[in-house]
Design a protein around this ligand. Structure first.
Ligand SMILES: Nc1ncnc2c1ncn2[C@@H]1O[C@H](COP(=O)(O)OP(=O)(O)OP(=O)(O)O)[C@@H](O)[C@H]1O
Ligand code: NI
Length: 317
């Protein structure tokens, strides 16, 4: 949600992911790893998904791409280019109109030369030219295309994965922590490329735990906590604490180097021990009994919040 009245590249509403597991062989167990999650990306936008480790960021990426294991039950509405993203359509667009830069470099096929992997099924001269341009621009020397993944360093593999994502007719790029292990200059170049890609009328969902990076490159930020979006904010909202909506986002703001480095006590709850009602309740200075009830998502200015204490004027979607 935002005040933008622009074309939606991606819109996800009410996503929930539950893992069905067997504990001690017989007892069935349900792990609700994502609940009530909404997020959208408009054309021209980089939306950063920010959250600490285990908040559900990679699961979101995999849920969009239909890559979760079979014991995961996924519910929710997915629209891509303003049309439902059915399983069949997903298969057709994955790796093409929707590209993933995965969090792990292990996604490269160990048995295929990297140049061929980047080109995919495209055999044309144009594809070869484009792959070579991308490799050159990411400082991958001539000859890299003929290497196998085990011959590439971690940083090289990251740049190869980025090249793969920027090859095709991509409209939505989902980048899951794309830059760790890369030199600063290359990481900056990747972010510039994402900007250019978005400016050309496409969308980027940038998954990161690095809020400062997110504020530098994104247009909007979705804050994840314990498997849900607690707030969607414009980057400009981070100019002051008052403009932020959720106590967790405010706490993240206060923990930033320029804002006092104050760390909040406690930990994000593990999915097995989610509290009743607000997932942030046990750590929230504003907690009261009502926070244990249902917490609807509300629209506040050009963003959203899941907090009943946020007292600002509410505008319905
Ligand atoms: N296959 C699975 N079965 C059960 N639980 C899982 C599975 N995959 C992930 N989880 C759990 O779901 C939660 C979210 O995981 P996810 O990988 O999406 O986190 P993340 O936000 O991407 O973290 P990180 O920043 O460390 O990459 C974690 O608690 C994780 O343990
Ligand atoms: Ni992850």
């Amino acid at each position: 949600m935002s005040c933008l009245d622009k074309f939606h590249i991606l819109e996800i509403e009410n996503l929930s992911v539950v893992f069905h597991q067997y504990a001690k062989r017989t007892k069935k167990q349900e792990l609700p790893v994502i609940s009530n999650l909404n997020v959208s990306v408009h054309e021209g936008e980089i939306v950063a998904v920010v959250g600490s480790s285990g908040s559900g960021k990679s699961l979101l990426a995999h849920a969009i791409l239909g890559l979760l294991p079979s014991n995961a039950e996924v519910k929710g509405r997915f629209d891509f280019l303003e049309e439902p993203l059915t399983e069949e359509r997903m298969k057709a667009v994955r790796g093409n109109e929707i590209a993933l830069v995965p969090q792990s470099v292990n996604y490269l096929d160990p048995l295929m030369k990297v140049g061929k992997q980047v080109r995919g099924t495209e055999r044309s001269k144009h594809a070869l030219k484009r792959q070579r341009e991308l490799f050159l621009s990411y400082g991958l020397q001539e000859g890299t295309e003929d290497l196998y993944p085990f011959e590439c360093s971690g940083g090289m593999s990251r740049r190869i994965l980025l090249s793969t994502a920027l090859m095709g007719n991509t409209r939505l790029l989902i980048a899951d922590e794309p830059t760790p292990g890369m030199e600063l200059a290359m990481a900056k170049k990747a972010m510039e490329d994402f900007r250019k890609f978005a400016d050309a009328g496409n969308g980027v969902l940038l998954i990161t735990h690095d809020i400062e990076l997110a504020l530098e490159v994104a247009d909007r930020i979705a804050i994840f906590y314990a498997g849900t979006t607690v707030e969607e904010a414009l980057v400009s909202d981070f100019q002051s604490e008052e403009r932020l909506r959720h106590p967790y986002t405010k706490a993240l703001w206060r923990a930033m180097p320029g804002n006092g480095f104050q760390v909040i006590p406690g930990n994000q709850p593990y999915v097995k021990d989610l509290p009743k009602g607000c997932v942030f309740g046990p750590r929230c200075p504003q907690f009261s009994k009502e926070c244990e009830g249902e917490i609807p998502e509300r629209v506040v200015r050009c963003g959203t919040v899941r907090c009943i204490k946020c007292s600002e004027e509410i505008v319905r979607k």
